[in-house]
Design a protein around this ligand. Structure first.
Ligand code: XIL
Length: 356
């Protein structure tokens, strides 16, 4: 079945779910409907594609999914070459059955690699050749298995240093050299020529004019000028309350810096901590911030997707990750702990309904 047909089927299923009363009961419809109607992907990251929550929210509320962890190298292969595809396959099955888009996250990331990767490289007589061999084997295994199922792949995640603005001297950079990013994009394109290939990065501040933005723009521009098959820049969009709150005009200007280079852009991992907001109705303020981010993306040609990083508030990674858990609870998502849609849900949906 073609992707368009699957999407059509998903819309029909979602409408039916609403009619029989098991969808969102607000008469304004769902995010999935609003997104699909305008040719936009509004996605969600799921921890487990077989969970009850996953079945409840997909495709009723979202028309795109990402695996929060299951498709990362270290999750697919605990040790190099030792694959267990069950959790990742479940994402492909959910996407197929529901007619939603699947984002592949992520082929290469310095974090969450097979536990013996560094040791294998260290032990090799030719570390560069060994790294090239295992990366090629990984890309070939995964991209061949999921060819035609993953519409967009994050090929490299977080190429920049986490704190700092240089290209990160991670294990791939150290062994393969500075050309590793171009090299693996070319490899991915060869193995799955139809997939859209994405470079995904975290900014601390989502503004158009700071040093980290400049560094990412320079990296992307260099790759584009070299003719590397890079189609999308993913900006994660974790608003943790430790960085600046989202500002619509500045996000719009930021997105333009990438689309001007001829690539598309997506917000791939959006969450907005409620800890920014101290007024009497913080969840209403959070809703405005969500609407602002959504509107910023919609205002930019070439920004055609947003993914929120998790379903319900009590499961957000921000509450357990070392850098951010000090400010928990962040309650940063679109559904509360009881899986009821929050004001942010309605705000996103309404923003998606606004015509330009
Ligand atoms: C996070 C997951 O949400 C956690 O469950 C996991 O423990 C660590 O990774 N940037 C990314 C995502 O690209 O893959 C990360 O996901 C969050 C930061």
């Amino acid at each position: 079945m073609s992707f368009g047909m699957r999407l059509g089927l998903a819309m029909a299923i979602a409408s039916l779910a609403l009619l029989i009363g098991c969808g969102h009961d607000d008469s304004g419809g769902t995010i999935a409907d609003a997104a699909t109607e305008r040719g936009f992907y509004f996605g969600v990251a799921l921890a487990d594609a077989t969970s009850a929550d996953a079945q409840t929210v997909v495709p009723a509320h979202f028309n795109s999914i990402s695996a929060e962890n299951a498709m990362k190298w270290g999750e697919l292969a605990n040790t190099v070459g030792n694959y267990d595809f069950r959790r990742a396959d479940a994402f492909v099955e959910l996407a197929q059955r529901s007619g939603v888009r699947l984002r592949g996250h992520a082929l290469l990331w310095r974090d969450q690699t097979p536990s013996d990767l560094a040791a294998q490289i260290d032990a090799a007589s030719d570390p560069e050749a060994r790294m090239r061999e295992v990366v090629e084997e990984h890309f070939r295994t995964v991209l061949t298995r999921y060819r035609g199922q993953v519409e967009t792949w994050d090929v490299v995640n977080e190429p920049l240093e986490l704190f700092g603005n240089d290209v990160d001297a991670n294990i791939f950079y150290r062994t393969l050299g500075p050309g590793y990013i171009a090299e693996v994009f070319r490899l991915a394109h060869e193995l799955d020529p139809e997939a859209r290939l994405c470079l995904n990065e975290a900014l601390l501040t989502y503004v158009e004019d700071n040093a980290r933005t400049d560094a990412l723009v320079a990296l992307v521009q260099g790759l584009v000028e070299e003719g590397v098959p890079l189609h999308v820049v993913g900006l994660q969009g974790h608003f943790t309350s430790l960085n600046a709150a989202p500002q619509r005009a500045r996000i719009e200007a930021l997105l333009h810096r990438f689309t001007e280079l001829g690539v598309d852009v997506e917000l791939t991992e959006l969450d907005i901590s409620v800890r920014y907001f101290s007024g009497p109705t913080p969840f209403d303020e959070q809703a405005v911030a969500y609407a602002d981010v959504t509107s910023a993306c919609l205002a930019v040609d070439g920004c055609r997707s947003i993914t929120v990083w998790g379903v319900r508030d009590d499961e957000s990674w921000l509450d357990t990750y070392s850098l951010f858990r000090g400010r928990a609870p962040h309650t940063p998502l679109l559904f509360d702990a009881a899986l009821a849609p929050k004001p942010a849900y309605t705000a996103v949906r309404d923003a998606l309904r606004v015509r330009r």
